[in-house]
Design a protein around this ligand. Sequence first.
Ligand code: CA
Length: 201
Amino acid sequence: MRHILIVEDNADLASGLKRNLEVEGHRATIAGTAREALTAVARQVPDLVVLDLGLPDKDGYHVLEQLREQGVQAPVLILSARGLESDKVKGFRLGADDYVTKPFGVVELMARISAHLRRASQDPGAAAPRSLSDEALQQQYALTERQVEVARLLGRGLSNAEIAESLGLSTFTARNHTEQVLFKLGASTRARVGAILRGEA
Ligand code: CA
């Protein structure tokens, strides 16, 4: 499920878009002003932004400029009644990925959004985190083979006693391994181990 931020002050249009995106299986939130949009992004960076240009406080270009300045890489699709070539060029110069003129066809808009999301997810910079292999754990974190086993069990949320039992160790030895693994991985808590193994840390 992807998160799409709809920046649009026309409430009917915004809620219609939100419904369509939800039907496609996405999560959508609505911001009715530039200020709301920037606050929403600060709280959580969306996977894609649908951006109206005519907003009550500042215009959409301002929002776009701010997002790009803050390093937000999410695709931005401008949705505007302004259809002049100069408007579009300005949008693209500021870092928009697409420009759709109102009135628009919902089916085409959904197809464009899907295409941008697909491309963004294939972008190596935005690639999904890769799980670490046993070799990587040994080489990058200097874990022993035994400690790799312990790390895998820790990552699944097992306690020291459960790790001891499943590897046929004493609880004392299992605890020693656990401490070593946490130390070598730089994991502040046991719960962090899973994220590190999944390559998310
Ligand atoms: Ca508007």
